[in-house]
Design a protein around this ligand. Structure first.
Ligand code: HEC
Ligand code: HEC
Length: 301
């Protein structure tokens, strides 16, 4: 899942939902190639039609990427593999897309099942009288990806707000942000996503974030793999109709302002404010790249 010896940061794990090619395709190609317009109102074929025409059983990823780039860098009738589309829509207008972006988009299209219109599959086989094969294979979002997406979105939301508060108002003010805002943010994410999202720890600052027995054993597991620099993956388990998802929360330099060593990393004023709000605080003494806690997320199976 990641290069050996490198601990995968949550947002570096590529899944169906956060592949950079997906976002590029949506922002650069969907103006014309979107999957939601009906068959009649279209101005270009949906991306799944391009995928179906540019791939057969033998096509390697390199060939697919090169094929898409070859057309996009200089659209022409000669290099077209979709003569029917050229006839119906006119040739794709040339647009100066950077090669790296097209390669990421094609990489995503090759590896993943992409969004497609409901009418497409039947249409392509009918239209071509069975000559053209529908293709949209590839990975889809699985149970662990859903947990990762929740964790990633919550983390981004929290991180953005925390960083912004530290920059605009300083660390001291940011404590009350963590105190008052962390909960409503994780809560509102949870409501939107119909999931229960918690951050729990073996050394909680807020006693409400104390890890359960089960969660403690998972924290121990992640501490071991992270300390020895091994690769790790989320832990997911299915209990009845629920998926429980666990993923480590590790420290970086920014965290030490509030979770590092008192007086060395944590300023006295910050420390006393923390002590005030959290008399039983255990969440200090951390260094970078340590397990501060875990995401504990559960959602319907
Ligand atoms: C302004 C509208 C527009 C945008 C934006 C657009 N396309 Fe197209 N594209 C078309 C049309 C129209 C066709 C069908 C006619 C054709 O094949 O030239 C097409 C066809 C294609 C084809 C198949 C060409 C063939 O005939 O073999 C590829 C590959 C393609 N587009 C890639 C892309 C990618 C990748 C993006 C985004 C980076 C993109 N297009 C953005 C209009 C667009
Ligand atoms: C500005 C100070 C501040 C910074 C910077 C900060 N935290 Fe916290 N952290 C807090 C406070 C305050 C709480 C308690 C929030 C609550 O009441 O739920 C907390 C709680 C947590 C919790 C929930 C478990 C617990 O101990 O209650 C985790 C996990 C956590 N922080 C991780 C991090 C990580 C990882 C970073 C760096 C990316 C970080 N924090 C940066 C102040 C901070």
């Amino acid at each position: 899942m990641s290069q050996s010896g490198v601990t995968p940061e949550l947002d570096k794990i590529t899944t169906a939902v956060n592949h950079p090619g997906k976002k590029l395709m949506e922002s650069k190609c969907y103006a014309c190639h979107n999957p939601s317009t009906g068959h009649e109102g279209r101005i270009a074929p949906p991306m799944v039609a391009v995928k179906s025409h540019y791939m057969n059983d033998e096509t390697t990823k390199e060939e697919f990427i090169a094929g898409v780039w070859n057309f996009v860098q200089k659209p022409s009738k000669e290099s077209s593999k979709m003569r029917g589309a050229v006839k119906r829509f006119g040739l794709m207008p040339y647009q100066p897309f950077p090669q790296e972006e097209i390669e990421l988009i094609a990489d995503y299209m090759y590896d993943y099942k992409i969004d497609e219109p409901a009418w497409f599959k039947e249409h392509i086989e009918e239209e071509s009288k069975g000559k053209m094969q529908y293709r949209n294979d590839g990975k889809t979002e699985d149970k662990a990806d859903i947990g990762l997406r929740y964790a990633l979105q919550t983390k981004q939301e929290l991180g953005k707000n925390l960083m912004g508060t530290i920059q605009k108002k300083g660390t001291l003010e940011a404590i009350s942000f963590c105190n008052k805002k962390a909960y409503p943010i994780t809560d509102s994410m949870a409501v939107v996503q119909n999931a229960r999202i918690r951050r729990v720890s073996d050394k909680p600052r807020n006693p409400a974030n104390q890890a359960s027995q089960k969660e403690l054993s998972i924290i121990t597991h992640f501490k071991k793999v992270i300390a020895s620099d091994e690769d790790y993956e989320p832990v997911t388990e299915i209990v009845d109709d629920k998926v429980n998802f666990y993923y480590p929360i590790t420290t970086n330099a920014m965290c030490l302002q509030c979770h590092g060593t008192p007086t060395i990393d944590i300023e006295p004023a910050v420390l006393s404010s923390i002590k005030n709000l959290y008399p039983t605080d255990k969440a200090v003494g951390y260094n970078v790249n340590e397990v501060r806690g875990i995401w504990s997320i559960s959602y319907e199976n």
